[in-house]
Ligand binder design. Sequence first.
Ligand code: GLU
Length: 427
Amino acid sequence: MESSSFKDYEKHLDHPLFNNAIQLIEDAGKLIKADPNVIARLKRPKRALSVSVPVRMDNGAVEVFMGFRVQYNSTLGPYKGGVRYHEEVTMGEVTGLASLMMLKNSVLGLPYGGGKGGISVDPNRLSRNEKQSLTRRYTSELGPFIGPNKDIPAPDMGTDSQTMAWMMDTYSQEQGYAQPGVVTGKPVEIGGSLGRVGATGLGAVFVLERLLERNSRTVMGSRIAIQGFGNVGSHAALYSFERGGRVVAVSDVSGGIFNGDGLKIPELIEYIKTNKIVKGFPGSQPISNEDLLALDVDILMPCAMDGVINESNCHTIKAKYVVEGANGPVTNSATKILHEKGIQIAPDIIANGGGVIVSYFEWVQDTMSFFWEEDEINKKLHTIIIKAFDEVWKMSQEKGVHLRAAAMATSVNRLQKAMLLRGLYPR
Ligand code: GLU
């Protein structure tokens, strides 16, 4: 019987992203006729940490933030996944994201388990010093639980290579020697990898190219709308533009911009370096986020938050292909409706896997202290992500299911094999 404290614990994890992930794991289990004991284990995180993160703010007052790190599963290797700074971060959201990292690393064939971290904070209201103090204290609180062979954080929404540099330094100071392999997504000067910054966007475009190829189409001349113009969205836009794609609309927190002939993405990237937001970009007209999602385009790439395409708005989608640059942008019920409408979705756990794939290369390079050229990295990224996509495409054709179902089934199948080989401890 379940104890009442276990039910409290479950309440703590209640989040649409995690609830969606649990459903996906159950469905995958049915599709591959998995061992129910394996599915039961995959539906719960192995370990979940909450830490308080006190920070002396610039005005002298101390503010206490809540931080989390969920070590979801380590069947295939050390825990691996990003750290998110966002006002709405909760234990439930981090758990959902950690479960997606487990599924992502498995479907990509990486030797990693799944983890994710986050702090409930709006990073835009922090000064550089405050952000540094927050990051260092959070890292110190996680100290006993992370490490190059234990759990390897990386950037996610609201964090970047500078955040990773502070994490790497804090951990190394406390250990007494340099430990570059404790995080990935670091600046290249301290053991980061070439190609890591643009890797998620590049991986998404590799997947887009393959998806279109399977449908006898090309990126060249396709009309594309991109929601979110952070690290993932801006690179996805740039690499699509370089391949002759017509990126007609992009958006960020300030709203969206539209140009039916295609936005000049390299100029837009320059523009936001000084203006910070896409709004007001010369030669574009404003468009709301909802209207962007409903544009009559060939391809839609949601590269911001989870749950943006859901039951209430998915009927408005006109794109034929959706490539998920974000984690969990299309809910399960919306996936089903879009699939019935004949819209193909390249699922997040493959489409945005470029980031963690190059994180893996960074970690390998740190271990060897030998660094590769960017060309080699991009080539290896292409090999891994296309292999995963092709495997999933094949299964979706054979079983007559959509790509997300096939991706989840492939992932859970790999996890199941490894779990059964390792067995249940103590028995
Ligand atoms: N935060 C990224 C993701 O969601 C990258 C994770 C990593 O590199 O470990 O996949």
